[in-house]
Design a protein around this ligand. Structure first.
Ligand code: AMP
Ligand code: MG
Length: 410
């Protein structure tokens, strides 16, 4: 039996090897957030591009204020004022000072700025009671980056900091791989929409809302569709209908280990391009992944599809372990795996032999508390978790106090 299982890593590798990054496109900076660079961004000019002051104060020759102190201040004539944005050409004569604001160009000849706090704030002349080293409060041209320097490399996700870097590099638009469009479908005859009355035997669909939210949290665009019934004939057309506007398809349900109601599995298996396997993990053992719609009229190279297990906790864990890295790969990035820390268990846990457990837990500093409800249907417990506790395949129990690997949930 364990021989039939794929390892988590082997399955992840199989997924990544089947994913082709989306075509790149040029987007203006305001639309590029969350996209991934498909080019390097270089500095159009040195950063900063001119010597400027880092403080409000006085531009001086350092030699003119050498030895200045509270007891014997240096007094200099103030010959002008330079504000940020002033593009005039100024020159500082020896023995004088020019009032200067943060971000304003340093006048030619000046080699230091005395902050206003070290002075009497004078207008026509200024008493300076502190010496300033050459370069004091000066931001030199190129001190952040040289002209032509590579500031961002292809594969970098455009977060707010990187947007600022691109703007500072003079870029109006950048070439990126866009946020993938992900269609999310729940399958199951028992599912009804939250907000409609429940009849015994039915449950409210939570997976499609959860997975759509997780898709958005991973930086992609979610398109949640209404529930697809367990209809063997209707399943494939229902999925194919979505191909035109999807970069990735995610279904939940209908892939259990062999029931005849597993219509997702039955419909997709026929295509031959979707593989169903058991992965050595708990929850989330039954997994399906492949590419559908290949060679169709749309000239598109096919749409990857994940068929996640129906139990909500299984679907959630599977999304985090397999779909997040796939979303990153569609963007030509590899930055969406969950961060991992080490923490000490506050209580004992059990795990099936030969399968890696991802137990729901609450991480608090360096301690992690396993939740008591570890059933893969127990969504109420999932709602209390902020972490997944990993118990490796070769362990069947861990005790309170043991150090374990813990994945932080986004
Ligand atoms: P299945 O994989 O279709 O056999 O479903 C396994 C379990 O997950 C069953 O108890 C289903 O009722 C439940 N389930 C499937 N889909 C959903 C969903 N969208 N929301 C909540 N529970 C679901
Ligand atoms: Mg089902």
């Amino acid at each position: 039996m364990p021989g039939e299982l794929s390892s988590v890593e082997a399955y992840q590798a199989a997924i990544l090897s089947a994913i082709t990054p989306l075509a790149s496109t040029s987007l203006e900076l305001s639309a590029a957030e969350g996209c991934v660079l498909a080019e390097d961004v270089t500095a159009a000019v040195a950063l900063p591009s001119f010597d400027n002051s880092s403080m409000d104060g006085y531009a001086v020759h350092a030699a003119d204020v050498a030895g200045a102190s509270q007891e014997s201040p240096a007094t200099l004539q103030v010959t002008g004022e330079i504000a940020a944005g002033d593009i005039g050409a100024y020159r500082l004569a020896p023995g004088t000072a020019i009032r200067i604001m943060t971000g304003a160009q340093l006048p030619a000849g000046a080699d230091a700025v005395v902050p206003v706090e070290w002075t009497d704030g004078g207008i026509a002349q200024v008493a300076i009671h502190h010496s300033a080293e050459e370069g004091n409060a000066v931001r030199y041209a190129g001190g952040d980056a040289a002209e032509g320097e590579t500031l961002l490399t292809a594969g970098t996700r455009m977060r707010p900091m990187q947007i600022a870097v691109a703007a500072s590099a003079g870029r109006k638009a950048v070439t990126v791989r866009p946020r993938p469009r992900v269609v999310v479908l729940s399958t199951g005859d028992e599912l009804i929409e939250p907000g409609t009355p429940l009849v015994p035997g039915q449950i409210w669909d939570s997976n499609s809302y959860m997975i759509a939210a997780a898709v958005r949290e991973a930086g992609a665009v979610a398109d949640r569709r209404s529930v697809v019934p367990d209809d063997p004939k209707g399943m494939l057309p229902a999925l194919e209908d979505q191909l035109a506007h999807a970069d990735l398809l995610i279904t939940t349900g209908g892939v259990s280990m062999g029931g005849e109601h597993d219509v997702v599995k039955a419909a997709l298996r026929e295509l031959g391009t979707v593989t169903f396997r058991k992965v050595a993990m708990q929850p989330g053992m039954p997994q399906g992944f492949g590419v559908i719609g290949q060679g169709g009229v749309g000239a598109k190279s096919g749409v990857p599809i994940f068929t996640l297990p129906g139990n909500p906790v299984s679907a959630y864990v599977s999304f985090q372990m397999f779909v997040r890295p796939a979303i990153a790969a569609l963007q030509g990035a590899d930055d969406l795996s969950l961060p991992s820390v080490r923490a000490a268990l506050t209580g004992p846990v059990r795990s099936p032999s030969g399968r890696r457990s991802y137990l729901r837990g609450v991480l608090d500093g360096s301690k992690v508390t396993p939740l008591s409800g570890q059933g893969s249907h127990q969504i109420a417990y999932l709602g209390r978790a902020n972490a997944l506790i990993i118990v490796p395949e070769w362990e069947t129990r861990r005790s309170a106090g043991d150090e374990v690997d813990v994945l932080l949930l986004p």
